[in-house]
Design a protein around this ligand. Structure first.
Ligand code: F6R
Length: 606
């Protein structure tokens, strides 16, 4: 999705701004540009394409001026073209704007402005905002922006500059994320914290319907009525390196390898003296939770499915998992005692946020399981359990997923313990099991090269099937999602028993079938039966299996071993070979793994 950077200070704004803008590339975009003011004159350079291409052609980062706004666009209104790229400006090039979000009443506003003689040069909804500002300008940029914002319906994060007032940037936010970074004699504006971590650690997070006036030395805030608001400065502990690739070729690979650390960070401060301690973060009484509904999208939804299994198995709470996008448009029944858990890496996914609000309206308590600190879901939920995975830059979610699972596991053990369902010894055993995980994960990561060789064998295929049962059925879904999104190979995930009800028709000698076939009392023998069914139809079987399973080699064509863990934790290990497989397959096919086509890291529009 779109990315915004603003800079005002003593340095060349374009040089600083384009550097920071590169750190927003992971969000997905199709065009980019920037506007600076120099010697009282606005200069705008922009184009359709990646930052490097446009920079080679237009020297974006060499524009002169100490104030500037910069943007990566992910097309919503209007195709991918130079005209539709941001920044947009008014007829006289006195004002320019960058915008994330969608203005829902833009057609009406455009018509009104056109009647007044405004000429539009793009098909975007954004352009109406800058024309409105120019129309309202009467010697005070902040006032003109406030008046314009009061006419808008929809979502926005914006930065506006004007050559009439070259010493301020006006920023505003409604729904789309925006933060102000505070420097020494210079200030920054960005769509997210990691983009400007190299510049500052002090941030002010903007809330909905807030406006900021940002100069070199200060940032002042007000609401849409113009009433002054005092904001808190927050200091982040994240370091700039956490948002860099380091020695890895891609963020996705780096983040896959960060999983042992991410799980460690998710659990370490929440375990004490043989117990899970969540009282501070989640003070709701466990006995008051009668039912749980998980709302999420994509990979986070898969985490919810694993969570459902854990919560029902150990905490004995009826749990349903809903696509946030479906939940929000139904009329869901929320009874007393319903806890809604919103799971999200970014904390900004529009559907998940809307589902949370729908649930809140109906009286549910909301728990957010969120990675991005200070994000909208984290702020709007009643309680939040951060996953502490650190910035996830690769578009395909990897470490965020396993850290979500780790948090769901802790939550489950915590509730089970509080409800008196788990004797103390069992609580301790469960804690011991998860403490072992980081090392076990490390062991699986050691198989990366072997998995690359397996990927070589299958990277030319057009289809793949992923099958699992019980708690590993969501891992089949996740394996298929990872493969399709980064390698563009069509892949389907199914509960293994469902194969007979349709997908078995697809199986022939060209179909690789990935089984999660780890040893457990409940489903192992059934999975073995499913493997035989695939082989009988000449399908190629690749099995993720327990390392002490001596028989599986006789059944599967290829076996990838993972260490034995408690059944309920196998998803955290079984998913790693599937992530690596997707990664290697995609790189072998020459795909841009960190920025797969058409995808955005945070889906902040419906
Ligand atoms: C897949 C992926 C997406 C996200 C989904 C939800 O690898 O990353 O499916 O999981 O868009 O995003 P969050 O978790 O940020 O709400």
């Amino acid at each position: 999705m779109c990315g915004i950077i603003g800079y005002i200070g003593p340095r060349e704004a374009a040089n600083v701004g384009i550097g920071c803008l590169r750190r927003l590339e992971y969000r997905g975009y199709d065009s980019c540009g920037g506007a600076v003011i120099h010697d009282g004159r606005m200069e705008i350079r922009k184009g359709a394409g990646k930052i490097d291409e446009i920079n080679r052609e237009l020297k974006l980062d060499s524009m002169k001026g100490n104030i500037g706004i910069f943007h990566t666009r992910w097309a919503t209104h209007g195709n991918v073209s130079r005209e539709n790229a941001h920044p947009h400006c008014d007829d006289n090039e006195k004002f320019s704007i960058v915008h994330n979000g969608i203005i829902e009443n833009y057609s009406y506003l455009k018509e009104q402005l056109a009647k007044k003689g405004h000429a539009f040069s793009s098909e975007t909804d954004t352009e109406v905002i800058v024309h409105l500002i120019a129309d309202y300008y009467n010697g005070n940029l902040k006032d003109a922006v406030l008046r314009a914002l009061n006419d808008l319906e929809g979502s926005y994060a914006i930065c506006v500059i004007s050559s009439y007032e070259p010493d301020v940037i006006i920023a505003a936010k409604n729904e789309s994320q925006l933060v102000i970074g505070l420097g020494n004699g210079e200030n920054f504006i960005a769509s997210d914290i990691p983009a400007i971590l190299s510049e500052t650690k002090d941030f002010i997070i903007m809330e909905n319907r807030e406006v900021a006036v940002v100069s070199r030395d200060y940032a002042e805030f007000c609401n849409l009525e113009g009433t002054v608001i005092q904001k808190k400065i927050q200091r982040t502990e994240l370091d700039a390196a956490s948002a860099e690739k380091g020695l890895y070729e891609h963020f996705m690979l780096k983040e896959i390898h960060e999983q042992p650390r991410a799980v460690e960070d998710a659990i370490s401060n929440r375990i004490s003296e043989g117990r899970v301690i969540l009282e501070g973060e989640f003070p709701l009484s466990a006995n008051d939770i009668k039912r749980i509904i998980v709302v999420a999208c994509g990979t986070s939804w898969h985490a919810g499915l694993v969570g459902e299994f854990m919560l029902e198995e150990i905490a004995r709470i009826p749990t349903e998992v809903e696509y946030a996008s479906e939940f929000r448009y139904r009329n869901p029944v929320i009874e007393d005692g319903t806890l809604v858990i919103a799971i999200s890496q970014s904390g900004e996914t529009a559907d998940t946020l809307a589902a949370l609000r729908e649930a809140r309206k109906k009286g549910a308590k909301i728990l957010g399981i969120v990675n991005s600190i200070g994000s909208s879901i984290a702020r709007e939920a009643d309680y939040v359990l951060y996953t502490h995975a650190g910035p996830e830059i690769g578009v395909a979610s990897t470490k965020a997923f396993t850290s979500q699972l780790a948090v769901l596991y802790l939550l489950t053990v915590y509730i089970g313990d509080k409800k008196g369902l788990l004797p103390q010894q069992q609580v301790q055993n469960r804690i011991r099991d998860i403490r072992k995980l980081p090392l076990q994960m490390q062991k699986v990561l050691g198989k990366s090269e072997a998995i690359r060789k397996i990927a070589e064998k299958y990277s030319g295929k057009n289809n793949a099937l992923y099958l699992g049962r019980g708690i590993n059925y969501p891992i089949a879904l996740e394996g298929a999602l990872k493969l399709k999104e980064v390698s563009y190979i069509h892949a389907e995930g199914y509960p293994a028993a469902e194969m007979k009800h349709g997908p078995i028709a697809l199986i022939d000698e060209h179909m690789p079938v990935f089984f999660i076939a780890t040893k457990d009392e409940r489903t192992y023998s059934k999975i073995m039966g499913n493997i035989e069914e695939v082989k009988a139809r000449n399908g190629e079987v690749i099995a993720i299996a327990s390392e002490d399973d001596e028989d599986i080699g006789k059944k599967a064509h290829i076996v990838i071993n993972i260490p034995r863990s408690s059944y309920i934790l196998t998803p955290l290990l079984a998913v790693i070979p599937l992530q690596l497989l997707a990664y290697h397959t995609a790189t072998l096919r020459g795909c841009d793994v960190d920025k797969p086509r058409n995808l955005a890291k945070a889906v902040v529009v419906e």
